[in-house]
Design a protein around this ligand. Structure first.
Ligand code: 8YV
Length: 316
């Protein structure tokens, strides 16, 4: 029986490629120019995808035999679900494999924002410590209110960290959760949350409903002393509106793991601001977590090949 052909798009650890090669022929296109993927995709049964490469109708047209896309990311906003549906291609993501790593990053950004660590780091590095003494003070996390927009698994893990640090936690979701007693987070409407939180952290998936939900009106509702953290997707925030809100001091600062566009060009005005801290989409970027994410995608591909139930299917 001929072995199925799988195409791996992001760079994944060797152990993941080796696992796939137990059962399939594998082409790793991670270091190949995009224009050269055609031959590999032509007879591919499955693709291991990453959030950086859109899986859209044009991509699917290159892969006429494709039956499964297994994303190593939890987010699948880069996948055209309608195009997949039309072709009968199934989809999996990596939910559950990166919760704690992303929560660490999100909570670190909350800490960095409230304590103004971005400015402090520049203060020390640029010699202002030597010339001017103490950096400006940040704010206590203890007693401050964290507003989590999108309280799913990652949000709940952020809530635990924040509560351990003495923060009050409120959240907004499309619908209130039924386990507020367990999460210890109190539901608010989006507008209420914006008005009440000392730090607002975005953790929603990017959908047509959440695209640019952090716009000029949202920033205008926030307290001038409050901070904005984005650990979701860059496009849930209107970048120009964020910049304006910072310039007008409508909010106190921002800490971003994700940007729109991504990567943000180094000459972008957000990089020049002391009240903004930006890291390059490193939410899940640990050796252990990235290995787990890619291995989960691989196990989904192998389950599909073996006709077994998928581990983390996504409804398309
Ligand atoms: C990674 C992510 O950046 O899982 C996601 O949705 O955004 C991150 O974990 C991504 O998986 C890289 O491909």
């Amino acid at each position: 029986m001929s072995r199925p052909h799988l195409v791996v798009i992001p760079a994944v650890p060797d152990v993941v490629l080796a696992r796939l090669r137990e059962r399939a022929d594998v082409t790793d296109v991670s270091s190949m120019p995009r224009a050269e993927w055609g031959a590999a995709l032509a007879d591919a049964t499955g693709v291991l995808g990453g959030s950086g490469v859109p899986i859209d109708a044009a991509f699917l047209a290159q892969a006429p035999a494709l039956r499964i896309v297994a994303m190593q990311s939890v987010g699948y906003d880069s996948v055209d679900l309608a195009a997949l549906r039309e072709r009968g291609v199934v989809l999996t993501n990596s939910r559950g494999s990166l919760t704690e790593a992303v929560a660490d990053t999100a909570y670190w950004l909350v800490t960095a924002a409230l304590r103004d660590y971005g400015r402090s780091m520049a203060w020390a590095r640029d010699g202002r410590w030597l010339r001017e003494g103490d950096a400006p003070y940040g704010h206590d996390l203890q007693g401050a209110t964290l507003g989590i927009v999108g309280l799913g698994a990652i949000g709940a893990a952020v809530a635990r960290r924040a509560q351990a640090g003495g923060m009050r936690v409120i959240y907004s979701n499309r619908h209130p959760r039924t386990d507020d007693a367990a999460t210890g987070a109190a539901y608010r409407t989006f507008d209420q949350l914006l008005a009440e939180a000392d730090c607002v952290v975005a953790l929603v998936p990017l959908t047509p409903q959440t695209r640019r939900m952090f716009d000029a009106a949202a920033f205008a509702r926030m307290k001038p002393t409050a901070y904005f953290v984005n650990a979701a997707r860059g496009a849930v925030c209107d970048t120009a509106a964020l910049l304006k809100a910072l310039e007008r001091k409508q909010i106190a600062g921002a800490a971003l793991d994700v940007t729109d566009p991504e990567p943000l060009p180094p000459d972008h005005p957000l990089f020049a601001r002391e009240d903004v801290l930006i890291v390059p989409h490193v939410g899940s970027a640990t050796v252990e977590t990235r290995t787990r994410m890619a291995m989960l995608a691989a196990e989904n591909l192998l389950a599909f090949i073996d006709g077994k139930p998928l581990l983390t299917p996504v409804e398309v």
